[in-house]
Design a protein around this ligand. Structure first.
Ligand SMILES: NC(=O)CC[C@H](N)C(=O)O
Length: 357
């Protein structure tokens, strides 16, 4: 294991060891406080451009499942076709692994996909630094290659364009009601949740103009980076809302794009929400849900258009967790009702959408 140094934008340094692919890398350093789910998180396209820190100390002990694909092209156990996070930062990588579904070690997978992974980092201390300062850019440097300094940007980069599909992909063809799914970097479980409810899914690129297509409902997926980079998608949603009352549902980036189409603005959270236990209350009720989340930006609820209302709020910091239109069946969540990984308490969001079709 080679010696590495993690250097944050403010100069803070952490010494560690490389257990994945041996290469320097730069990106936005974020932290996730979930206790498991590294295969799903690493393959979640919303982590593109980010160095993912896990606060739970023991990582790797249940290995990695097989990277196989279903007949419809969706991965059986992962959330996309490859690792999208730029690196993983852990405290105590476990070389030993054991799980009924394990196929290889996390280290072997990272090496095969050429993704750095570092261990021996006090990830809880690192998280305290990020909570105090806010998320920062950072670099993982190989100590034996002092002149090999990687460069990367995060803000101002259109990551959605990099990860979205380039052509239309259809699932469950002929199933009946048709849902257009705007792929900003969609997690496979969103597609699985729709397919399981018996609808046909037409997955389109993030900037595709679907308004002339024949369909019954619109679904806006999750995706990486700054939603303000996705002006084309917002214009098309606005166009769709001006011609039809068809149901619209969004998740995470989808919540942000729907809010923008409704006139709201977005801001960057100090250190984001990335975990399996974000408490969310449904507005107008005392009902709370435990939710899975992965986002760095949020909707400024005070800027919502007059026809829009908050649907969910975060019980930790009061930030927006979803919106709804007052009269049309248009609603979205900032959290991930498809979970994967995380609690499945809010899967009813898919039921509400499919019932509205
Ligand atoms: N998972 C997502 O869709 C994330 C949305 C957006 N990239 C954010 O960080 O807020």
């Amino acid at each position: 294991m080679k010696d590495v140094t993690l250097v944050l934008e403010d100069g803070t340094q952490f010494k560690g060891k490389s257990f994945g692919y041996d290469a320097p890398v730069a990106g936005e350093v974020v932290f996730n406080t979930a206790m498991m789910g590294y295969p799903e998180s690493l393959t979640d396209p919303s982590y593109a451009g980010q160095l993912m820190t896990l606060t739970y100390p023991l990582v790797g002990n249940y290995g990695v499942p097989q990277f196989s694909f279903e007949k419809n092209g969706l991965p059986t156990f992962m959330e996309s076709d490859r690792i999208y996070a730029s690196a993983i930062i852990v405290s105590d990588y476990s070389e030993q692994y054991s799980h009924w579904n394990a196929n290889e070690s996390l280290a072997d997978w990272l090496k095969r996909e050429k993704v750095p992974g570092i261990t021996g980092i006090d990830t809880r201390q690192l998280t305290k630094v990020l909570r105090e300062h806010g998320v920062m850019m950072g670099k993982i440097l190989m100590d034996d290659e002092p002149d090999n300094i990687p460069e990367a940007d995060y803000e101002g980069v259109n990551f959605v364009d990099r990860v979205s599909c380039k052509d239309i992909i259809r699932y469950n063809e002929g199933a009946g009601r048709k849902v257009v799914l705007v792929d900003c970097g969609v997690k496979a479980n969103i597609i699985r949740c729709l397919i399981n409810r018996g609808v046909e899914v037409i997955r389109v690129p993030w900037n595709y103009d679907y308004t002339g297509m024949e369909f019954d409902g619109l679904f806006l997926a999750n995706g990486p980076g700054d939603p303000d980079m996705c002006g084309d998608a917002v214009d098309i949603i606005r166009k769709q809302m001006s011609v039809s009352r068809k149901p619209i549902c969004g998740i995470c980036m989808g919540n942000q794009l729907l809010a923008k189409a409704g006139g709201a603005s977005i801001y960057k959270l100090k250190y984001g929400h990335r975990s399996h236990n974000q408490p969310v209350r449904e507005v107008g009720t005392n009902r709370c849900y435990v939710t899975s989340q992965n986002h760095g930006y949020a909707v400024d609820a005070s800027t919502l258009g007059k026809e829009w209302r908050e649907l969910f709020v975060n019980m930790n910091d009061g930030s927006n967790e979803g919106i709804r239109h007052q009269t049309n069946p248009w609603f979205s969540s900032q959290f991930h009702p498809e979970a994967c990984s995380g609690p499945v308490d809010t899967e009813f969001m898919f039921d509400r959408f499919v019932e509205a079709l």
